[in-house]
Design a protein around this ligand. Structure first.
Ligand code: NDP
Ligand SMILES: CCCCCC(=O)/C=C/[C@H]1[C@H](O)CC(=O)[C@@H]1CCCCCCC(=O)O
Length: 329
């Protein structure tokens, strides 16, 4: 019999998550029925959305939500071979049983040399978020200037590189000098540390004196308010995330943005990447091709050990990750 380990949300997060909010449990898995598969998680993703979504969609005692790259270890389903790798959405657990309907096989042309963990990052949901957010929400055009925050993270690092591929000038900001150096290395035209600049307003106008056509916002809050005042006329703002607000117990207040929105005739659109699930294959193939060609670089922050899932999650929320934060079981 297989005994799975799983991380439980013991107590709803109040402010920044704490170790005591999580509990590690063991679950005995039954024998497989016909049509079923047994899978073991190989890499698990820790993502910002887990913080706000836990409050909305989970109750205390539930297994933490999340995705994994998993290997099929036993199969009573002729469609799925033992040894194949899939992306699952089964939460923070080491093993699980599935009938295969909710699993996504890795693209069949995935090169052997490419880490399979990228299916949780650059060639997975965060990469698709960058791809569709830039193409469909920002509607970037060659020659435009694109601003992205949390730029050294899973989504932001792909946003900047796709915008360069699309012929744009790219400005990014991140929370450490090492991250800023990384942004320059992967081709950002301008990058700064938002934690150490004297004035965010001045740093943004120095990086692009003419303002910004597109703003891919991963952070929200005060940063977004300052940046929106530096948009060009008819600029587009893709509201992807608001990580500066996810741990707030008390909602932040204004400043309010109606005046720049009206006077500059801006478009601001929130989105969830699953809107383009019908184009998932197109997005994954484009990202995979750019990665294989070396046009999109990646970095992963790999935490070893399933027992360190909460540590990796809290570390990512604190900004300890460069690129995509994943846990290797
Ligand atoms: N709409 C959608 O469908 C999706 C939205 N998202 C959103 O995209 C954003 C980025 O996600 P992802 O790339 O996975 O995560 P990242 O890999 O970028 O990790 C999170 C990063 O956020 C930054 N951060 C944390 N707190 C703050 C803060 N108070 N102010 C500014 N930056 C902060 C940290 O970087 P630093 O050191 O620079 O501060 C940290 O490394 C999130 O807001 C997420 O919710 C992600 C996927 C899909
Ligand atoms: C207020 C929180 C904004 C979070 C933005 C974000 O990070 C979104 C991430 C999605 C990503 O595509 C993978 C997911 O599973 C996240 C969305 C979860 C969707 C639950 C939707 C439930 C519903 O439609 O009601």
């Amino acid at each position: 019999m297989v005994v799975a380990k799983a991380w439980i949300l013991k107590k709803h997060f109040d402010g920044f998550p704490k170790t005591s909010d999580f509990d590690l449990k063991k679950i005995e898995l039954p024998d497989l029925k016909d049509g079923e598969l047994l899978l073991e998680s190989v890499f698990l993703s820790v993502d910002p959305y887990m913080r706000p979504y836990s409050r909305r969609y989970m109750k205390e005692g539930d297994i933490m939500i999340g995705t994994q790259v998993a290997r099929i270890v036993e199969s009573k389903n002729p469609t799925f071979a033992v040894g194949a790798f899939v992306v699952g959405n089964k939460g923070w657990r080491t093993h699980f049983i599935s009938d295969g309907k909710d699993l996504q096989l890795l693209p069949s042309n995935w090169p052997e040399s490419l880490p399979k963990s990228l299916a949780l990052g650059t060639v997975g949901m965060p990469g698709l978020t960058a791809y569709f957010g830039l193409l469909e929400v920002c509607k970037m055009k060659p020659g435009e200037t694109v601003l992205v925050n949390a730029a050294a993270g899973a989504v932001g690092s792909v946003v900047g590189q796709l915008a360069k591929i699309g012929g744009c000038k790219v400005v990014g900001c991140a929370g450490s000098d090492d991250k800023v150096a990384y942004l320059k290395k992967i081709g950002f035209d301008e990058a700064f540390n938002y934690k150490t600049v004297k004035s965010l307003d001045e740093a943004l106008s120095k990086a692009s004196p003419d303002g910004y056509d597109c703003f891919f916002d991963n952070v929200g809050g005060e940063f977004a308010c300052v940046a929106i005042n530096q948009m060009k006329k008819y600029g587009r703002i893709a509201v992807c995330g608001a990580i500066s607000q996810y741990n707030d117990s008390v909602p932040q207040k204004g400043p309010y943005l109606q005046l720049p929105m009206i006077l500059k005739e801006l478009q601001m659109e929130g989105f969830i990447v699953s809107r383009w699930n019908h184009r998932r294959e197109e997005g994954l193939q484009a990202l995979l091709k750019w990665v294989v060609e070396g046009k999109v670089k990646y970095h992963e922050q790999v935490t070893e050990g399933f027992e360190n899932m909460p540590v990796a999650f809290m570390g990512m929320l604190k900004g300890e990750n460069l690129g995509k934060a994943v846990v290797k079981v």
